[in-house]
Write a protein that binds this ligand. Structure first.
Ligand code: GDP
Length: 321
C-alpha cells in the first residue's frame, strides 16, 4: 500500500470545482454533496460540451479554469447494455477519460478524481477484492470493453502523477444505486431494473416477477449519496497513485436481494429466475479497508437506500405524466 497524505488536506471550500457528468446519478449526487462544502460548482450540459470531442473539452477547460475536477461522466449500463453496446462502451469511455484527464493536465488542474468501477478487477479475483488485484487476471467478458476503458483512465492518472506530478486520483465504487438511476427495462443495472419490474408487477396484479440469471451471483450495493460523501472525503484526504475502493463491505445474493426489493415495494407474488440471461461475475465484494483506514465508512442501510430509491422512481414516474 502507498503512503497517504496523512494530515495534509486538499480543502475544497472556495475552490472552482467541475463536476463532469453532473446529470448522471453519481455526478448529481456529488453536486448535492458539494452544496455543503461552500465551493463554486461548474457544470456543462451535453449540448454545451461533448466530452468525446477533444478540441471542445480542451477549450472549455481553458476558458472555465476549474481548480478541481470530479470525473463522473461515463457511458454506463447494466450487464445487457455492457454486453451488447461493446463498441460504444469502450469508445465513449476511453474518449471521455483521455480528453478530460489530458485537459486537466494541460490547464494545471490542482486535483482530479477519476471514477472507475469494481469491474476493473479480474473476474475471479480473491474476495473481498483489494486494490492490488488490478491487472492480476482475466476480466469478466460481459463488461470487458467498459473495464478496459476504466483501467486506461486509472493508468492515465497514474502515469501523469509519475511523469508530471499531477495530483490525479482514482476511486472504484461498487454497484451504485439511488435517486437519478436509469430505469430502462433492458439497459439498467439490477437495482433499478428490479424496482421497476416489481412496481409494475404489483400495479398489474401479476403473480410472478422474472429475475435474470440464476439468482446466485453476489453483489455489493452502495447508496449513491454515500458514494458522493466518500468522493468528497477522498478528494480532500487522499493523494496517491493506488486506486481506492468504495463500498459497504457487505454483499448479498441476487435471489435474496430480489426478495428485499419485493418487500420494500410490497409485491406479494413469486420470484422466478431466467437462466437464459447472463449472471456475469460470480461475486464482486470489495475490500474497503483502505477507505476505513482513512476514516470513511458507508452509513445508509440497504433497506433505507432502497426505500429512497423507490420514492425517487415513483416521483420520476409522476413527473413523466
Ligand atoms: P453487473 O454487476 O455488472 O453484473 O451489473 P448488473 O447490475 O446489470 O447485474 C448484476 C446481477 O444482477 C447480474 O448477475 C444480473 O444477471 C442480475 N440481474 C437479475 N435481474 C436483472 C435485471 O433485471 N437487470 C440487470 N441489469 N441485472 C439483473
Amino acid at each position: 500500500m502507498g503512503t497517504f497524505l496523512k494530515g495534509k488536506i486538499y480543502n475544497l471550500a472556495n475552490r472552482r470545482i467541475w463536476v463532469a457528468g453532473h446529470r448522471g446519478m453519481i455526478g448529481s449526487a456529488i453536486v448535492r454533496r458539494l452544496k455543503a462544502v461552500g465551493c463554486e460548482v461548474l457544470t456543462a450540459t451535453r449540448a454545451e460540451l461533448d466530452l468525446t470531442n477533444q478540441a471542445t473539452v480542451f477549450e472549455w477547460v481553458r476558458e472555465n479554469k476549474p481548480q478541481a475536477v470530479f470525473l463522473a461522466a461515463a457511458k454506463v449500463g447494466g450487464i445487457s447494455a455492457n454486453d451488447t453496446l461493446r463498441g460504444e462502451f469502450i469508445y465513449e469511455n476511453l474518449a471521455i477519460a483521455l480528453n478530460v484527464i489530458h485537459a486537466a493536465h494541460l490547464h494545471c488542474v490542482e486535483k482530479l478524481m477519476f471514477l472507475g468501477s469494481t469491474c476493473i478487477y479480474p473476474r475471479l479475483a480473491p474476495q473481498p477484492m483489494n486494490e492490488e488485484a488490478l491487472l492480476t487476471g482475466p476480466l469478466e467478458k460481459t463488461n470487458e470493453p467498459y473495464a478496459i476503458a476504466k483501467i486506461s483512465g486509472i493508468k492515465l492518472c497514474e502515469a501523469y502523477r509519475d511523469q508530471y506530478n499531477d495530483d490525479f486520483i482514482s476511486i472504484m465504487p461498487t454497484n451504485i444505486f439511488g435517486p437519478g438511476d436509469n430505469y430502462h427495462a433492458e439497459h439498467s443495472h439490477v437495482v433499478a431494473a428490479l424496482i421497476r419490474r416489481f412496481h409494475e408487477a404489483k400495479a398489474n396484479g401479476d403473480a410472478e416477477v422474472v429475475v435474470w440469471g440464476s439468482g446466485t451471483p453476489r453483489r455489493e450495493f452502495l447508496y449513491v449519496d454515500d458514494l458522493a460523501d466518500a468522493c468528497v472525503f477522498a478528494m480532500e484526504r487522499y493523494s496517491d497513485a493506488g486506486v481506492l475502493n468504495v463500498g459497504t463491505g457487505k454483499d448479498i445474493e441476487i435471489g435474496s436481494f430480489a426478495k428485499v426489493v419485493a418487500d420494500v415495494i410490497g409485491f406479494k407474488g413469486n420470484v422466478v429466475f431466467d437462466p437464459s440471461r447472463p449472471d456475469g461475475t460470480p461475486r464482486k465484494l470489495v475490500d474497503v479497508s483502505r477507505m476505513t483506514d482513512l476514516g470513511w465508512t458507508a452509513s445508509t442501510t440497504l433497506r433505507a437506500g432502497l426505500e429512497a430509491a423507490y420514492a425517487d422512481y415513483r416521483n420520476s414516474k409522476a413527473a413523466d405524466r
